[in-house]
Design a protein around this ligand. Structure first.
Ligand code: SF4
Length: 416
């Protein structure tokens, strides 16, 4: 590996890390250094959840320890056979970079992942050493998200949880067939085994910290995972079912969906084109429906096209479900229980809660509902209000064009 200075390594290893989308940082424990002890904080300016257009989470130093790897996962730009420029940080370099970025107020924390160098255990040791040194040698109280390696010794993976706010293990692909084909050195059983161990440790230490104030914290922001979308033949239905199983079995905080992006010198087993970004967006919306709107996975899957198993791209999955199951509408905003109001396209959780609070005092008219939503045109066919009843509107075959967002006009290419 050529001798590179820190700036060159940073350019390579920050760019290599942008393919990992699982770096949002919500829900961690509050820590700060206002009492003059230590440095850093997970509060104050707060941890930013925004992503730069190229996929980087903008408030974290998001890097790989190295982009060298002994594995050869087909979809990965860092795989052994990839012809990319390689770089490697030492653990100490990552510690110094994190501290200097933090002190300049560029970042609020660190997201650290790595290709596998030497062995899974050696790599995991290096990742843990970064987090240990930040916490123990420098009393760093900012946010740390460590990507863990499922093949590493469970004790090492456990150590990662003692220093990091969040840990994540990528399931990579939604089906075991896809994983075998595209990442033959990885094993679904080992990935899920590591996630299971992590869940047990999080639950156990969570119980202990409730009873004993001094009990060590363990990954207080929980664990997350990422699935690559569009690299294999898995349908949206397969992805929704897999995500729901992962939430149930491993108590994940988040499943992230990352649209596969074609990489230079890609393997012939990969598709030539990336899936539409809208597909990734629709999957996030369906994830939202399961976590905050009480939809069962089977209901979300029922919103997909039965022939292809894919969610529509032109309308969101909640609207798709409502158009397909019109017998559940219209819903009376003055009487219906909260869970039925949550099914109304165009009404978010906040709007529903405001409706439930406001109707205790008076009967709501359509104008009242309109003030709570971005598009009353989308809501109108699906609700009954004091002064509004959609006469047979939900039965109309041509309802979709009335409620679907209009496609944005696109500039034609001059030399297309
Ligand atoms: S193990 Fe990780 S870094 Fe290595 S090739 Fe596979 S996905 Fe890429």
């Amino acid at each position: 590996m050529a001798q590179l200075d820190t700036r060159e390594k940073l350019a390579i290893l920050a760019d290599a890390a942008k393919y990992d989308a699982s770096c949002a940082s919500s829900g961690t424990a509050k820590r700060n250094s206002r009492d003059g002890k230590g440095i850093g904080s997970t509060e104050g300016m707060g941890i930013c959840h925004a992503y730069a257009p190229d996929g980087r989470c903008i408030s974290l130093l998001k890097i790989l320890l190295t982009n060298s790897c002994i594995f050869d996962c087909h979809y990965c730009i860092n795989r052994k056979s990839s012809n990319v420029r390689r770089a490697r940080f030492t653990a100490d370099e990552v510690v110094r970079l994190t501290l200097s970025f933090y002190k300049r107020n560029y970042i609020e924390g660190l997201f650290l992942s790595s290709g596998i160098i030497g062995s899974s255990n050696y790599t995991m040791e290096q990742l843990v050493e970064v987090a240990r040194s930040l916490r123990e040698d420098h009393d760093f109280r900012g946010y740390i998200h460590l990507k863990t390696i499922p093949d590493a010794d469970p004790e090492l993976v456990h150590k990662a949880g003692l220093y990091a706010d969040r840990v994540s293990i990528n399931v990579e692909l939604p089906t075991s067939g896809g994983l075998k084909r595209l990442a033959p050195e990885k094993s679904e059983a080992r990935i899920e085994g590591a996630m299971g161990d992590m869940k047990s440790a999080i639950v156990e230490t969570g119980d202990a910290t409730k009873r004993f104030k001094s009990a060590p914290r363990f990954a207080p922001a929980g664990q997350s995972t990422q699935m690559i979308v569009g690299a294999d033949a898995a349908t949206d239905g397969d992805i929704v079912r897999k995500a729901s199983t992962l939430y149930d079995r491993f108590g994940l905080r988040r499943v992230y969906y990352s649209a596969f992006s074609p990489i230079p010198d890609a393997s012939a087993v990969l598709p030539l084109q990336r899936p539409p970004l809208m597909r990734e967006h629709r999957l996030y919306q369906s994830d939202w429906l399961m976590r905050f709107y009480d939809y069962q996975p089977a209901e979300v899957v029922a919103a997909a096209d039965p022939a292809t198993g894919m969610l529509p791209l032109d309308i969101d999955p909640k609207l798709a479900w409502a158009l397909r199951f019109r017998e559940h509408f219209p819903v009376d905003v003055n009487r219906a229980p909260r869970e039925r109001l949550l099914r109304v396209p165009g009404l978010g959780v906040k709007a529903v809660d405001r409706i439930v609070a406001a109707r205790r005092w008076r009967r709501l008219r359509l104008d009242d509902v309109a003030r709570l939503t971005v598009s009353i045109a989308k809501v109108r066919p699906f609700v009954i209000a004091e002064d509004w009843r959609p006469v047979a509107l939900t039965d109309r075959a041509e309802l979709k064009p009335l409620v679907a967002p209009r496609p944005k006009a696109q500039q034609m290419e001059l030399f297309g």
